[in-house]
Design a protein around this ligand. Structure first.
Ligand code: MN
Length: 322
């Protein structure tokens, strides 16, 4: 993990000497870009700066219960009026379009945790080892000695929770948990944030998951947890193919399961098998996928076979389309 203390010092110097700052959120803003930009905005405003947040899309409606704010479309802004522009999170989704429209005098800062960013700025704070842009912004605020207000803490915890899948992904470190704990002490409502992130799930997806979970079967010998989703299920629930993907992820976290197989009927008489496992089970699911003509990674792979799914006394079976 890169140490950004020098960059934090530079960023502090830039923000102290700027009177107008433009923050920039990426297109189709997710909770991490929202949280990182808002936390910085709240901080800079307490320092007496004039701060706007630019974005090619409006502020996400489902986060309005937490924050009363607006994003400004770059076309409505006088981009030459800012002393500094700071882009937080996924800077190659939108910021690239305004970077060319800035005057050469404007100082640019990039804060991100995505790999493969080809954009450059005057100060570049990018390292994929960090969980989220909110984690990076938190470290900056900490270096400046900011005591987070409740709105600041809420904004930062929002991004931290979203980008770590509510502390379930591999990017969760001891530092992430320490920061989350601190933010809760400053009043960030973890429970409310989890609710808002989760409530984005449509009823259709929940119904489909319910069907899949009800049918799940565990083979105690092999540790295989499997289930099926038919085309009829998807139609009845008015769900989308995308909703199937998460079934595999959720089932793979079941403690008794060493690996997971979800068979789902797809268009054109195809059955797709999605295999998933977790690192500590030391199972290479791509080896199974390969024997069925598929492929993928050690922990997540898939295969496709022609046919449809029927239930038999001994389990699920893929049979040729009649
Ligand atoms: Mn992010």
């Amino acid at each position: 993990m890169r140490d950004f203390s020098k960059e934090w010092k530079t960023l502090r110097y830039i923000t102290e000497n700027a009177s107008r700052v433009l923050l920039f959120a990426h297109s189709h803003p997710d909770p991490d870009t929202v949280g990182a930009n808002l936390a910085l905005k709240y901080h800079l405003e307490t320092e007496g700066k004039k701060v706007d947040i630019g974005c090619f899309d409006p502020f996400p409606g489902h986060l309005r219960p937490l924050f009363d704010t607006e994003f400004l479309h770059p076309d409505s802004l006088d981009l030459s009026a800012y002393d500094a522009v700071i882009a937080c999170d996924s800077v190659d989704r939108g910021f690239d379009k305004i970077a060319t429209r800035l005057t050469p005098e404007t100082v640019t800062v990039l804060i991100d945790h995505h790999p493969d960013i080809i954009l450059s700025g005057d100060v570049v704070i990018i390292d994929p080892e960090y969980s989220s842009s909110c984690e990076l912004v938190h470290l900056f605020l900490q270096s400046v000695g900011v005591i987070p207000t409740k709105p600041m803490a809420t904004a930062l915890l929002l991004g931290l929770m979203f980008d770590t899948g509510a502390f379930q992904h591999a990017n969760v470190t001891a530092q992430v948990m320490r920061i989350a704990s601190e933010l809760m002490q400053y009043g960030a409502p973890a429970n409310r944030i989890a609710e808002l992130i989760f409530s984005k799930k449509k009823v259709a997806a929940l119904k489909l998951w319910g069907k899949a979970f009800e049918r799940a079967r565990l083979n105690p010998q092999s540790g295989l947890l499997s289930t099926i989703i038919t085309q009829q299920d998807v139609d009845e629930c008015e769900a989308m193919i995308d909703d199937i993907y998460q079934v595999t992820t959720i089932l793979s976290a079941v403690p008794e399961a060493k690996y997971v197989l979800v068979l789902s009927e797809r268009d054109g008489g195809i059955v797709r098998g999605s295999l998933r496992s977790l690192e500590h089970h030391a199972i290479d699911v791509s080896a199974i996928a390969k024997t069925l003509g598929g492929g993928g990674h050690k922990l997540a792979s898939g295969f496709e076979v022609p046919g449809k799914i029927i239930e038999t006394a001994s389990g699920w079976q893929v049979v040729p389309q009649s």
